[in-house]
Design a binder for this molecule. Sequence first.
Ligand code: SF4
Ligand code: SF4
Ligand code: FES
Length: 400
Amino acid sequence: MTTTSGTGPAGPGGPHGAGVDVDGAPEADAGRGSEAPGTETPDPGPAAGEGVATLHPTNGARPLGVTVADPAGAAPGPAETLAGGPVMLGEIRRLVAVTLDGTEVRVPEGSTILDALHREGTPQQADTPTLCWAPNMDPINACRVCVVEVEGSRTLAPSCARRCEDGMQVRTDSEKVRHSRRMVLELLASAADMSQASDDVQRWMADYGVDPARYGPPAPPTADGERERRPPGHHPTPDGARAATMAQPVKVDNDLYVRDYSRCIMCYKCVNACGTDAQFTFAIAAAGRGFDARIATEHDVELPDSACVYCGNCIGVCPTGALKSVAEHEKREAGDWHPEEETVTTTICSFCGVGCNLELHVQRNEIVNVTSPSDHSVTHGHLCIKGRFGFRHVQNLPEG
Ligand code: SF4
Ligand code: SF4
Ligand code: FES
């Protein structure tokens, strides 16, 4: 039985009409709130952009469904539509009812609050700021810029990681939420150089009235390797007149990508991309303590001496430009970086038969970066060294 205030799970046919979701297609349940799972009748067909519910003809009592949208609403689901009809892959998921700023919506059980905001929220709600979240990664829950108020919760909740519960009441734009988001962005921007963060991040900083300058002028940069040499847990006492920062020289120790940790906000995305989210190489991890916490290789060795295989998946997820290709770094340093002129062309990598999608970022007739779409079923946004960096021969540039 579904309730609006209880914490128990919703059942089909509750007062909200909460029912089953077939692979993240709640539309499939519309009008069938009282049906039990397994008794759905096939949809006549999806409207544009809608999910489809149907029964797997060979699956006996346990119906399978069709995904045409990610259950979370943020990335494509596992199903494909082939000639002759959709392929049914996933399981039925119950819907839970949550209230977003006074409006009740239903989302598949297991969705995060951020999923609900992306999928069912207003444009303003869907524009919840994020830094450590990515559609192709497990929630990291590090930056807390995505916080929302959840009724009954003692503290603000990170929307990217907190699962929706039936009857949950969420507030996304209260004074407490706005204040907290502003503080997070402001403190990060006071310590790290956010000038190469995405346009969204720049817009959020303006929208939330972020003013990092109020912490005082930045302290001078540390020398190369100085932060690494500090004893863990012994951060020098700040003088109070200047803002402590991450400012330090850029690490250029290989031909493919640079590490500009003056821009690092310790979001851990690169660590997880190098680890269990994509690459399973574990070449980088967090080291140090407190303000001196940093992303490092084992024993702080240079990248060529580390386990790094130069897949660049850490670059692909870095939200601030701390990690970038040498080509981009050199062009920016030379004042030859023109993102306003950039075009992006999607193609398929020709190095092997896997079939990764490549997005070629071209400026002034030159490939300057290669990425892959996070919703591509082959790559999920991640590439290997050949796809990411093996493009110089295309334009007869010397290999790096
Ligand atoms: S390039 Fe790949 S292997 Fe190297 S640190 Fe980044 S994610 Fe890890
Ligand atoms: S280098 Fe980039 S991805 Fe890695 S922790 Fe820093 S900001 Fe996040
Ligand atoms: S985006 Fe949610 S904690 Fe970072």
